[in-house]
Design a protein around this ligand. Structure first.
Ligand code: ADP
Length: 559
């Protein structure tokens, strides 16, 4: 079955697919040549005339060449397959990087990127080339047989057509059940990933047995739908197999009838039988490759969903120089989350280079949305966000990340060494610089106490560290960045008041030249603010000089 979308996706590798198909055609031609040569050798033996040596030499030569080409096909297919997988995965990952986090589902995505793409490898490197062979070779063989026995040629043509076309009756159903199965499979992957990531939490809820039972039921559903699909697929194989076997018998009958009626000689009949085999061989191989490549076909929906995800921002900025001083200008910005009325409305804010501004307000008032706008994780629906006079949309991605750094409340740490995690914004940071930054963020002693110090490879998302330690590592990572604008989004929420004060004092000292926006609920995080602004329902409702007064903070944390 040829799928339009999968053909489009093949785009870049279509040359390799055609090359593999070409190799398949050449192999079939060698099979046919072998059959013809064998036929002429038999003829020579039967008639007792001529020299057999050239015929036998030709047979040997063809067999050897065939062996070499078969040997070459496998590594070529494997290499092309690896290329297909790499290209597709790179494309999917690049796409994933642009899609908003909320629209990703790790389990389903992993199943599509891993299993789906593996399935496509077989579809592109086995099934499609073989399909091209089937479109070319049987027609040629039928023509060759026809010249020897019209009856046998006709039988061969009908049997091949039935073997290729009859299973197509089930294609639509097979694709439907396949998609259903794929959907169950990805849902199961998603449940597994979620359950595995949250085992401690599920245990604390006493919910592990319930979740295990639910996953077992899902797995059973997958088994049922896999079996249904297998049954359908076996019917297809059976129909095709019957057509081929019956076809062979009928070709024998037709060839014998031609000999009996004097329409063909015995040796011509022999050649016809050998050729019939070569007509059916590619069709049989197509059946085998179909089963290998089928998984890719069923994954098409998942691929489509990933590839059609709307990027949150379009990266086409050309301003490659990072902002030098870090003045921030938020100009009448409105942003609504898709399908909601929530976000921020008519927000305006000017922050001079080196200034520290505290952003306070109740939960849901739009503080993190402001941080996301400053990071250009999202673009305003109306208005502009500018840093040093340049619209954030005009910066290249690299220049932007060297202009503005946002530290979120729940920072992500990778399962890399502590050192590599800290070097994310500045890959060339020296060990001394890293240790200095960790000292400022009050986390050096924590890292030094790890088994391998800064070389310790963290567990997934730094699970061996406490929330507060992770926050401090993220602050240290941000301090290593050369960006002149630093946005701290409740980064000290998990710290005790003393540590919070130490960290914020150090950040203020180190970032005196930076523009800092501190999103916070507590006074301890805003002590160094030159000004404050308060948000409510996505709007700026109050502002003032110095750190935010207690009543403003109280109003923020009350709701
Ligand atoms: P804060 O950081 O002040 O707690 P947010 O900026 O996170 O507030 O949220 C502002 C508003 O936008 C809230 O009403 C919140 O429910 C909504 N919101 C935040 N993120 C999303 C999202 N991804 N999709 C839809 N609505 C969102």
């Amino acid at each position: 079955m040829v799928h339009r979308r999968l053909l489009q996706l093949a785009g870049a590798v279509s040359g390799a697919i055609l090359a593999l198909a070409g190799l398949g055609v050449v192999l079939s031609v060698l099979h046919i040549a072998f059959a013809l040569a064998a036929g002429s050798v038999v003829t020579a033996v039967v008639h007792g005339d001529g020299d057999l040596v050239p015929g036998l030499a030709a047979l040997t030569g063809i067999a050897l060449l065939r062996g070499v080409l078969i040997g070459a096909r496998e590594p070529t297919a494997t290499r092309v397959g690896a290329e297909v997988r790499i290209r597709l995965r790179r494309r999917l990952l690049l796409q994933l990087a642009t899609v908003p986090v909320a629209e990703r589902d790790s389990g389903r995505t992993a199943a599509t990127v891993l299993d789906g793409v593996d399935g496509l490898d077989a579809y592109y490197t086995r099934y499609l080339p073989q399909l091209i062979v089937v479109l070319v070779v049987p027609a040629v063989v039928v023509a060759l047989v026809w010249t020897r026995s019209a009856g046998a040629g006709a039988v061969l043509a009908v049997a091949t057509a039935v073997a290729v076309l009859a299973p197509r009756v089930w294609d639509a159903r097979l694709l439907r059940t396949g998609r259903r199965r794929w959907d169950r499979f990805t849902r199961l992957s998603s449940d597994y990933v979620e359950a595995l990531q949250q085992i401690p939490l599920l245990r604390s809820f006493g919910a592990t047995d319930r979740i295990a039972a639910r996953i077992a039921a899902d797995a059973d559903g997958l088994r049922v739908s896999t079996m249904a699909q297998l049954r359908l697929s076996l019917v297809e194989t059976l129909v095709s197999g019957v057509a081929l076997h019956l076809g062979t018998v009928l070709v024998v009958f037709a060839a014998v009838a031609a000999v009996v009626s004097g329409g063909a000689g015995a040796t011509a009949a022999m050649t016809v039988l050998l050729l019939a085999r070569e007509c059916f061989r590619p069709v049989q191989d197509l059946g085998t490759t179909w089963h290998a490549g089928y998984l890719g076909l069923t994954a098409v929906d998942g691929l489509e969903r990933l590839l059609s995800g709307r990027p949150a921002v379009i990266e086409n900025g050309a301003h490659a120089a990072p902002a030098p001083t870090g003045s921030v200008m938020v100009d009448d910005v409105t942003y609504r989350y898709p399908g909601t009325t929530t976000g921020v409305r008519g927000l305006s804010l000017r922050v001079a280079p080196g200034e520290t501004v505290a952003v306070v307000g109740p939960s849901g008032s739009g503080k993190s949305t402001l941080a996301r706008l400053l990071e250009r994780d999202i673009d305003p629906d109306a208005g502009q966000v500018r840093v040093d006079g340049v619209d954030l949309r005009a910066y290249t991605r690299g220049a932007r990340s060297r202009s503005v750094v946002v530290v979120p409340q729940d920072p992500v740490l990778f399962a890399w060494s502590v050192r590599d995690n800290l070097r994310l914004y500045r890959p060339a940071a020296t060990d001394a610089e890293i240790e200095h930054a960790c000292g400022l963020a009050d986390v050096h002693d924590v890292v030094a106490a790890l088994p391998d110090g800064y070389g310790t490879v963290l567990a997934e998302n730094g699970e061996q560290l406490s929330g507060g330690q992770r926050q401090r590592l993220a602050i240290a990572r941000a301090l290593l960045s050369p960006a002149p604008v630093l946005v701290l989004d409740e980064v000290t929420s998990a710290l005790d008041p003393d540590t919070e004060k130490r960290v914020m004092d150090a950040v203020a000292r180190d970032s005196s030249a930076r523009t800092v926006l501190v999103i916070a609920h507590r006074a301890g995080a805003c002590l160094h603010a030159d000004r404050w602004i308060a948000l409510r329902d996505g709007r700026l409702t109050a502002s003032g000089d110095g750190p935010p007064p207690a009543r403003v903070l109280m109003a923020g944390s009350a709701s």
